[in-house]
Design a protein around this ligand. Structure first.
Ligand code: C2E
Ligand code: CA
Ligand code: CA
Length: 598
């Protein structure tokens, strides 16, 4: 009996234990289900890394985001294979610290590669589980997909620090970087150079081709700069057509010079933008820290000054800063300021230089050349103020004044009976860009009663005029109205035969540099004869500029050049003195004796 009672008791205990176990199991199952529902319903990914069995488990969301199957990511090591190589060391270090029990909960961000190769940013929130012996047996926690957040952050960062057109770092970034580099250079006695570059005639591209094309050109320039960058060279766009290149730890000025030459070469290769071909040069200003300034403002100001010096000396070059340049910069600012009042104050005057027949030195016309009688500075040369007037737009008003004054003079001579005498007027490309340019010229000659045959307009082949359809159209219109067009300074810059054919011109003026190079009457090396021949074949009249010596005239005569001008006959003269020349050479033949007028 005793035995059976014990049995009953035992059975009862077992039964209860089993019941309890089942209950617990059910509870566990429910809790697991709850956990599962919770894990699947949250936006985050719940995960566990079993350090004993070297396996990982993630909630379903992860497979959705990254595109892998559970099996593909089960192996413990596999996860590290998809961590971004740049983040891997950091991730491993964070985990190591946790496993060693150095930190409790850890939040950190890194990138993992999804199955399609695109990296996703995750924010990991991790905790470690330890056994009684204090050994880590599991890591677990949650991931949040922060890819979108990161993209937005990057966008905000890029907007603040990068230029939206060229994607180069912008002025804000430039200020930051240079300020930081100055600090660093001070501490470790290092140096750096800054090249301030400004594209030449960029305004022209924008004005004549429109901003989208201008932007397209900037993008291409930006790309070439980017390609030249390395761990010591960084490029920035300051705004407009201005860029800065930072060169760190320089060894010598020579090294910077070499870089700048290379820059000229790379940026000088023609650009193709929206079907237009552009030859672009730039003017550069170079400063070196600490010689040329030890603050940000000073460095930038001096680089800017050096850049302007390059512009002044004919563009397309780069200059190292020099203290003396500071004075030139001040002068430029004064000219800029004074130009505005110069017309009203009647400070401009036209000088005239005779243009004569090569065969018999008969005066056929004259070139009108502007002079500025500045109240304090004396006579300022057009070479100095015309580029500044083009830059600040005053060239338009000045150009109108020149045309009007030259026409008035042409009228006077016409009235004196010399009906074929012409006045040749220099036209800036910026004037030609004005919509009403043709109308303005036609109105002016009409009002002042000048015959179109008595006016010549001199245009220069600006770098970009090549495919400037509207300019060509305007010039054609003028030429059709019997106003002759002369192509000035031929031979320099981008002039070519195709160019001569394309432009509606009547006259070619051979640049002084070619005439200067003529060595004797027999000179065979000089190219001037080729230009003369070429122009004549196209039915153009040829005028040689800057003739100073008798043998140059002989050379020109031998090769059939039609006309010339230069100091050999006369310098440009004020109206009264020029009238004397005309009178002395007695109208109507207007022959000037070469020997006398030197
Ligand atoms: P340019 O049109 O090529 O003018 C010829 C320049 O050569 C003039 O300089 C003239 O004085 C100079 N010259 C003439 N004969 C000789 C010579 O035998 N030897 C030497 N060494 N030089 C000679 P200038 O008057 O200083 O004018 C410089 C430039 O300024 C002109 O070059 C022209 O591009 C521009 N310019 C002058 N007047 C005007 C104007 O009214 N409007 C515009 N847009 N530009 C002008
Ligand atoms: Ca000229
Ligand atoms: Ca010229």
């Amino acid at each position: 009996m005793v035995t059976s009672r014990i049995m009953v008791n035992k059975d009862k205990n077992l039964e209860e234990t089993i019941k309890e176990l089942i209950k617990k199991q059910e509870e566990l199952k429910r809790s697991e289900e709850r956990y599962k529902i919770l894990a699947e319903s949250t936006k985050d990914i719940i995960w566990e890394g079993d350090l004993v069995n070297k396996k990982r488990h993630f909630s379903g969301k992860l497979y959705e985001i990254l595109g892998y199957t559970a099996e593909e990511l089960e192996d413990f090591q596999r996860w590290f294979d998809i961590v971004h190589p740049e983040d891997l060391a950091r991730v491993k270090e964070e985990i190591r610290q946790q496993v060693e029990g150095k930190v409790q909960v850890k939040v950190f961000e890194y990138r993992v590669k999804s199955k399609n190769g695109i990296y996703k940013w995750i924010c990991s929130n991790t905790k470690c589980e330890f056994n009684e012996k204090g050994e880590a047996i599991a890591t677990f926690g949650s991931f949040t997909d922060i890819t979108r957040l990161k993209e937005q952050q990057k966008k905000i960062h890029d907007l603040a620090y990068y230029d939206s057109v060229t994607k180069l770092p912008n002025r804000v970034m430039f200020t930051r970087v240079i300020t930081e580099r100055i600090q660093r250079a001070k501490e470790n006695k290092s140096n750096f150079a800054m090249v301030f570059m400004d594209l030449d005639n960029f305004k022209f591209v924008n004005d004549s081709y429109g901003h989208p094309v201008g932007d397209g050109l900037l993008v291409e320039v930006g790309k070439r700069l980017e390609e030249m960058n390395n761990d010591k060279i960084m490029s920035f766009r300051l705004g407009g057509d201005e860029f800065i290149i930072l060169i760190e730890d320089i060894e010598s000025r020579e090294q910077v010079k070499q870089y700048s030459d290379q820059l000229n070469k790379v940026l000088g290769i023609p650009y193709l933008v929206s079907g237009h071909m552009f030859h672009v040069t730039h003017s550069g200003g170079i400063v070196i820290y600490p010689e040329d300034g030890d603050t940000f403002d000073e460095l930038l100001k001096n680089a800017d000054t050096a850049m302007y010096k390059s512009k002044e000396s004919g563009k397309g070059v780069s200059s190292f800063y020099h203290v003396k340049m500071g004075e030139a910069a001040t002068e430029k600012a004064e000219i800029q300021r004074d130009l505005h009042r110069a017309i009203e104050e009647k400070e401009f005057e036209l000088y005239y230089q005779p243009i004569v027949n090569v065969k018999n030195q008969e005066v056929k016309g004259c070139e009108a050349l502007i002079r500025w009688n500045h109240p304090e500075k004396g006579v300022v040369s057009p070479g100095k103020f015309i580029p500044i007037a083009e830059e600040n737009g005053t060239i338009i008003e000045i150009g109108k004044w020149v045309l009007k004054s030259a026409c008035k003079y042409a009228r006077k001579i016409q009235c004196r009976g010399n009906t074929n005498f012409y006045v040749s007027v220099n036209i800036s490309p910026y004037q030609l860009l004005q919509k009403d340019f043709t109308d303005y010229v036609m109105d002016t000659i009409k009002t002042l009663e000048v015959r179109p045959e008595n006016l010549v307009l001199e245009i220069t082949e600006s770098v970009l005029i090549e495919s400037l359809d509207s300019a060509i159209y305007k010039l054609k219109e003028l030429r059709d109205n019997n106003i002759r067009i002369a192509l000035d300074d031929f031979g320099c810059g981008y002039s070519s035969l195709t160019y001569l054919k394309m432009l509606p011109i009547n006259i070619v003026k051979v640049d002084r540099s070619f005439i200067k190079d003529i060595e004797s009457e027999e000179d065979t090396k000089n190219m001037t004869n080729v230009i003369i021949l070429m122009a004549k074949q196209l039915g153009l009249e040829v005028i040689a500029e800057g003739v100073e010596e008798k043998y140059q005239v002989d050379y020109l005569k031998k090769h059939g050049c039609h006309m010339f001008q230069g100091y050999l006959i006369s310098k440009p003269l004020p109206e009264k003195e020029f009238n004397n020349i005309l009178e002395a050479s007695s109208l109507p033949s207007s022959k000037v004796a070469v020997a006398q007028s030197r």
